[in-house]
Ligand binder design. Structure first.
Ligand SMILES: Nc1ncnc2c1ncn2[C@@H]1O[C@H](COP(=O)(O)O)[C@@H](OP(=O)(O)O)[C@H]1O
Ligand SMILES: [Mg+2]
Ligand SMILES: [Mg+2]
Ligand SMILES: [Mg+2]
Length: 341
């Protein structure tokens, strides 16, 4: 009896010391990771944190779709839709960015402000191997503008074209896109067994991750453009660059991923419909891999806090290795002038 009591006590002491050592180990590891992220300069810290935030927003987007009540409303016109997923993802992204970076300027597509629910937990932030170009080593929060598209490709989301959907977080300073996060919440959704979703990140002049750069075929010229916001000017511009194939798909983020993965040579959108939150993150990711994105006349798009939200002069982008000027020179003057007017 006495022996049983002792062995019981001994077992409990061993168990307790095991639990304490596990706790201490994890607490030390957590502290080490926190210290690493706190010591990083602002740009890599903002990119690492935004990757975790975009992943979390992607989960909210999938949850809303799986529950089936999308809460669709129209905004400026019948083809300009917004769902509960756009609204909830925006609240989560803005709330989380404000909590971690209180002084940065954040401009989001939707009207929703950040809330304290669904704030990304610091323990979900992984320290990624992000290179900070030397000119941004001392960047301050007050100098940064973040352009947020909580759900790009809303029209396609409502129609079940789920791989067209992305979450876009674009980081800008001095009017330039310098970092981007593109999260694709439904990547692999048609390949059960493969990991669902992926996140691509970049710093311009630094590095990128989450995607493998591939060149488009050399014996064709594939153009990607809008699927749900076409017009005669949009179609004229596409035809003018003599495509061998046209991929009409949703989302600015998705179209830029096609350029990076070698599925298209150029993204041509001669329309004032795209906004800065549609292009900032895609531009930063595309430029980090050697591609180019500007307006339909080749003029750089400004991303300052006071820049107009609308990209009124359209969008023209090419994959790495495709000559931007050659494509630009094929866009007719009447298309460029239509957008200037
Ligand atoms: N005429 C238009 N009106 C409103 N939004 C437009 C538009 N043309 C393009 N956009 C926006 O630009 C993004 C890319 O468009 P597209 O998929 O047609 O290429 C989409 O972002 P959102 O889905 O985030 O609203 C889309 O709504
Ligand atoms: Mg929208
Ligand atoms: Mg968008
Ligand atoms: Mg959107």
């Amino acid at each position: 009896m006495l022996f049983n009591d002792y062995s019981y006590l001994l077992r409990n002491i061993l168990m307790l010391s095991y639990l304490i050592s596990c706790y201490t180990f994890h607490a030390k590891l957590y502290k080490k990771l926190r210290n690493r992220i706190v010591k990083m300069s602002l740009l890599p810290r903002l990119v690492s944190t935004s990757v975790a935030i975009a992943d979390h927003a992607g989960k909210l987007i999938r949850d809303i779709m799986s529950k089936g009540d999308l809460g669709i409303v129209t905004k400026e016109h019948a083809k300009d839709l917004q769902t509960k997923a756009d609204r909830n993802a925006q609240k989560c992204i803005i709330g989380s960015l404000q909590k971690h970076f209180p002084k940065i300027k954040i401009i989001g597509e939707e009207e929703e402000e950040g809330t304290s629910d669904n704030i990304v937990d610091p323990s979900s932030i992984k320290v990624l191997d992000i290179k900070c170009p030397p000119e941004y080593e001392n960047l301050k929060e007050e100098e940064v503008v973040v352009w947020v598209d909580p759900l790009d490709g809303t029209a396609e989301y409502t129609e079940g074209l789920l791989d067209h959907v992305t979450v876009l977080i674009g980081i800008a300073t001095g009017g330039k896109a310098i970092g981007g996060i593109i999260h694709q919440p439904y990547y692999n959704y048609q390949n059960p067994g493969s990991p669902l979703g992926r996140t691509i990140w970049s710093t311009v002049g630094g590095n990128f991750g989450g995607i493998t750069l591939q060149s488009p075929p050399s014996d064709s010229f594939i153009v990607t453009t809008t699927r749900s916001h076409s017009s005669s000017t949009v179609n004229d511009a596409v035809a003018s660059v003599n495509p061998t194939q046209v991929l009409r798909v949703g989302g600015a983020g998705h179209k830029v991923l096609l350029l990076i993965e070698g599925k298209a040579h150029a993204y041509v959108f001669a329309s004032p419909g795209c906004k800065k939150w549609d292009t900032c993150a895609p531009q930063a990711v595309l430029e980090a891999v050697g591609g180019t994105l500007a307006d339909i006349s080749g003029v750089p798009i400004p991303y300052d806090a006071d820049a107009p939200h609308r990209n009124s002069t359209g969008v023209l982008a090419v994959a790495s290795g495709v000559n931007f000027t050659e494509v630009l020179n094929k866009i007719p003057e009447h298309v460029k002038n239509n957008l200037k007017a």
